[in-house]
Design a protein around this ligand. Sequence first.
Ligand code: ADP
Ligand code: MG
Length: 309
Amino acid sequence: MPSEFDLIARFFSRPAANAVLGVGDDCALLTPTPGHTLAVSTDMLVAGRHFFPDADPEALGHKALAVNLSDLAAMGATPRWALLALALPAADEAWLAAFSRGLYTLADVHGVALVGGDTTRGPLNISITVLGEVAADKALRRDAAQVGDDIWVSGELGGAALALAHLKGEIDLGIHAEACLQRLHRPTPRLALGRALSGVAHAAIDISDGLLADLAHILERSGVGAEIELSRLPLAPAFAAFPERVVSCALAGGDDYELCFTAPENLRDHIEALGATRVGEITAQSGCRVRDANGQPLTVATAGFDHFG
Ligand code: ADP
Ligand code: MG
């Protein structure tokens, strides 16, 4: 049976290029870039809560890091370092090899160095902390939306929630299953877009609980309201077969890890060129109103997901 230290040495001890000192000492030593602010975030994935216990470990390694990098993208930050706290039921080397492969592959794409962590026996639980950098005063915050701003989203919405419905047996996605499952298991953190928006957009958030629930955080923190046009949403292609799921999966469904952000109207052409889709407008009237294709107001329960709700 390999020891805790064998496991760390085998699966989590690659040299870290951009750290003074990485895995192996009591602390990692990191040198931030002068003139930059550190952006730091932690996200935890719990077996049975965020993923099925038999989930593909390589995809889990990818997703555990991706959801953290998505938070950095939403701040306009550039990721640099990560720490991994891992509780494992057993020293399963095949599982660890696949998990670390998934994690390091995504880390390499974005130049992130794994510089430390903790490894313990326990119910499967994956907690990652990421550290990124953003030029001082250029971070994209939730509290900076202004009345009259356009509201934008990146990529496509709803694919991950459709995949979850498919896995629960509520629907059969058929030919669309593969693309939606990819969205659920291997989300793409929108780091290049976040960086391009830093110092350009007003407010931003990443969509982890559904567009309406996450936009509501921007509205609350900024003291404003919003109007969303349903017909403008960039829907996953699978909705062609499941139009009745648009509200539950694209507006109220989570796990897409796209960015939602606001920006002044005079930047429309610039932002459209970045590939985002304009879906609505920030208003002085509080609350969020959704209009359907005929311009009629739509009533949606917008609570999003709350672990203790
Ligand atoms: P300590 O007892 O000082 O907390 P540990 O024995 O827990 O140290 O860890 C030894 C080294 O391995 C530390 O540098 C720690 O950051 C690193 N480490 C432990 N677990 C992981 C992991 N899952 N991923 C990356 N680094 C890890
Ligand atoms: Mg420790």
